[in-house]
Design a protein around this ligand. Sequence first.
Ligand SMILES: [Zn+2]
Length: 300
Amino acid sequence: MSDNLFLKSLYPDIATESLDPIRHILYNLRQTPPQVLLFDGGTEIERRTLAKYWAALNLCPNLTADGPCHKCPTCLQIAEDAHLDILAYDGYISKKDDDDSPGFYRAFNAENARSLKLVLRDAPHGRYRIVFFTGIVASRAEAPNALLKVLEEPSPYTLFVLLVPQRAQILPTLVSRSMCLTLPWPCQPNNESQAVAKLTASFAAFLNDKEDFLTKIASKSSLTLPLAQDFLVAFQKTVIRILANEKETPLDLELANLTPFKLMQLIGWIREAQEMLAATVTPLRVISALSMRCYTLFRS
Ligand SMILES: [Zn+2]
């Protein structure tokens, strides 16, 4: 399945051999799709992309033996986050950000949960309405309960997809309602998405004065929340590999000479950065501040 060219061009993050088994399971599941599907493991980008792939499997009218056709208007709308029957919610998004610049993923608060329940009472335009939820872990206490209430009103036309780093982080009552699929853990660099690998390589070059990392992340407005989260996880793994005397990526090599004391300091800063992201500080601010601290530490 991995030599499907259209899959590679539309969804490069999941066109990997390591995700072949999961895509295969999803292909078979679509015949009797579970009401609630839960993805854990992998990276945030992989989970979000697989959710779209799952939607395409259920909505594409020209399904082939390889999966969705990836060419029809339905497939293209799904890939561009423009399909009317797909709704997406992210517990990390604040009400203010949602009001100021609503994106494909909307805030998941009590108010939006109420309007979602109203929408779900109407029939979808196509075969199914598919609803993605992410950021359930970090969201305010009301969100997981609001989500439970939404899931309690089953409809044959609605499919839910929950995206969580680890299923142990959410309410057991949510897990027990779900069919759970675990993506391979991104423990090797070749499992990390290309975007994260590029970002960490560019960060390594920045520490060495060879690249203007700060301008790069600021200019393209490409630093999304999932990418920033995955970058921090990759950064954390670099530190852990160095502590274990292993070197694999350009960033590992760059940081390999730091003292254990400085490495522990880095771990603390990465954790702080993760908390700031969870508290909805913008990814650009969080990553810029962390980069400057690292740059100084690297030189001290
Ligand atoms: Zn299609």
